[in-house]
Structures are given as C-alpha cells and as structure tokens.
Design a protein around this ligand. Structure first.
Ligand code: DAH
Length: 348
C-alpha cells in the first residue's frame, strides 16, 4: 500500500512538470483529486488497510493530498500571473508613436459677433437682456406704435402661432417695450438685447426665415440723436476699423421719430465704390432713431421728462460683411466642414 502511495506521488511530480496551461492543470486536478481521482481512490482504500497501519496510511494520504492541492494552487497562481504579464506586454502602448490629428472646434462666427457686441455695449454701461422668442402681438406691435391695420406691419411678414395674439417675434424691438414697462417709467435704461427673430421670408443667400438681431435702447433725461450718432460711431469703428465713417439717412419706423437708416463707409473700397457697397461707397447697417414719445407714453415713461434712442440691426449681415461670407445659410448648416472657412487661428 505504501508503495502505491509513493508511486502516485512520483507520477504526480512528473505530471506536474507538464502543466503549462489551465486546461492541463484542470485535467490533472481531476486525475488526482476528482471523484475517481488517484488520491481520492487512495482515501477510499483505507478500509482495506490493516488496523495497525491505518494511522500511518492516513497520514501519508493526507500528505500527498496536501502536496497535490498546494502544488496545483501555486501552479494556478503562476499561470495567472504569466497570462496577466503576457496581456500587459501585448497591450503596451507605444507613447513615442505620433498622435492622430484630432480636429479642434472653433467658435461659430455669429456667436463671436454677438459676444463682441455684448462686450462692447457692456463697456459703455449697457445691460444685456434676453426676451422671449414667442411673443405677444401687444409687445411686438401694439406698444411699438404699430396698431392693427398699420401698413408697416406688412413689412414684417409675421409667423402667427395662435389666432392673432401670439407670434414668433419679427424683430427684437418688443424687448424695448418689456424693459420700459418693467422699469415703470422711473429710471434711466441702457440695454442691448441680441436674439433670434423670425419672418416668413424665403431662404436665400441673404434672407432666412430665422435670423438674429441686436436691439439697443437708451432712455435718459437728456438723450439726443447726436448721442445715438456718437454711439453708432463707436460701434462701427469697433467692428470695421478706426477709419470707418458713419452717416444717417432719414427713414421711417413707427417706434422712432425721427427715424434714420445708419450707414458705414465701405470698408472694402474706403468709399470709392465697389461690388460690396454696390458702387455707392456706403453700406447700410441698422435702423435707428429717437424713441417716439407715443411709445414712451404707452410703456410708462413721461415723454416730457424722458428721452431716448433705439437701434436694431441684423447680426448675420454684420458677420457676413466683417468676415467676407457671402451666403447667410452657412451660419446654420450643421455640417462641420462648413465651419472650416471660419476656422481662424485667432479664435483658438
Ligand atoms: N425693428 C426694426 C426692424 O426689424 C429695426 C429697428 C429700427 C429697431 C429702428 C430700432 C429702431 O430699435 O429704432 O426692421
């Protein structure tokens, strides 16, 4: 019997040398420790051993069981470590390889112009205000001296949402009325409001059913047309360069009196005449004027005490002029390649 135990021990020691993978390890484990394994069989044969030898035999079987269990366990750990190391060395990253070029984004030009304008007007003491895009007829028209049936309403082909009361604002001017009413006619106002506006226009290179405007409103006890001219001058020079000259032309808006159309001297030809300024030497930028006393009154400001000026202009137009973009639709395409022409170094 003892000899049998030694033979099993020898054969295990030989077999253990061949363990190079998990499958062999498991096979050998079954061969020795499984239900019909060699060591298990030894334990079962205890009943055939003479009583006086049982103790020694039992100890021998236990020692070989411990040997097999411990050896297989340490082999298992060895194999696991080896497989981990193999995996780590296979997956090693070569950090000296040149990186793939990840394209970086650039701010949308229109957003940049908005931010630029906001910063400029904030530096002159203006607040930046937001107003709702879904607006009431009351603010979009009525309080701006455009009562129902007023012919100037036609020029703002409006999207109505519910009956004739709720609409998509056709300009940012309703924010003027909102801000004045909120201030209850008691304090001066300086605000600009950039935002989206909507008109039932067909989309082409210079028109869109959705476009951006920036509105400006200043109310004070002393505010004149020449203050407006000075403010417009500063903005134009900031946008188009120090040698930019401005002029006013008479115009008509129901909410301003007098009303003007504001022009800048053509930055491309310096006033000589070219394709950009249609050979006039001038480019129209915005509508503006002195706030109509009727509007002041409807919005809670006493026109005998308060005066103001207002202006509103299209931001896409400014961005197109400033950056030489000739199709307005480019601002609203989601194809990132379309942003490539705007992808300028100084924006990064
Ligand atoms: N709201 C006008 C438009 O969309 C632009 C405008 C003209 C705004 C004169 C003003 C203004 O504030 O005073 O055509």
């Amino acid at each position: 019997m003892i000899e049998k135990v030694n033979l099993i021990k020898e054969s295990f020691e030989k077999d253990a040398l061949n363990i190079n993978d998990m499958k062999t390890l498991n096979d050998i484990k079954i061969q020795y420790l499984g239900k019909q394994g060699k060591v298990t069989e030894l334990s079962k044969s205890m009943k055939d051993v003479a009583n006086e030898d049982k103790k020694e035999f039992g100890m021998l079987v236990n020692s070989i069981r411990t040997l097999v269990t411990d050896t297989l366990e340490s082999k298992r750990q060895e194999l696991e470590l080896k497989s981990l190391n193999d995996k780590l060395s296979n997956e090693k990253i070569d950090i000296t390889l040149p990186a793939t070029n990840i394209p970086s984004g650039a701010p949308n030009i229109l957003e940049k112009v908005v931010e630029d304008m906001e910063n400029l007007f904030m530096s002159m003491g203006y607040d930046v205000i937001e107003g709702p895009e879904v607006e009431e007829d009351l603010y979009n028209f009525e309080l701006l001296n455009l009562p129902k049936g007023h012919p100037a309403r036609d020029s703002q082909d409006t999207f109505y949402l519910e009956g004739d009361k709720i609409l998509l604002r056709s300009h940012t001017s309703p924010v003027q009325a909102r801000v004045m009413l909120e201030a209850k006619g008691e304090k001066p106002i300086r605000m600009v409001c950039p935002g989206k506006t909507y008109r039932r226009d067909d989309d082409d290179a210079t028109h869109s059913h959705q476009f951006m405007q920036i509105e400006g409103l200043l109310i004070d006890e002393k505010a004149t047309l020449s203050d407006l001219k000075g403010t417009f001058d500063v903005a134009a020079k900031h946008l188009f360069g120090e040698d930019c000259v401005t002029r006013f032309r008479p115009s008509y808006y129901p909410f301003t009196e007098p009303s003007v159309e504001t022009d800048i001297s053509c930055f491309a030809c310096k006033g000589k005449g070219c394709a950009i300024c249609k050979n006039t030497g001038w480019i129209t930028i915005s509508g503006a004027g002195v706030v109509n006393p009727k509007v002041l009154q409807m919005c809670g400001y006493d026109p005998k005490k308060w005066h103001g000026f207002a202006f509103g202009f299209g931001l896409e137009r400014v961005a197109m002029l400033k950056y030489g973009i000739n199709d307005l639709r480019a601002f609203y395409l989601t194809d990132l390649r379309q942003n490539k022409p705007f992808d300028r170094k100084e924006d990064k």
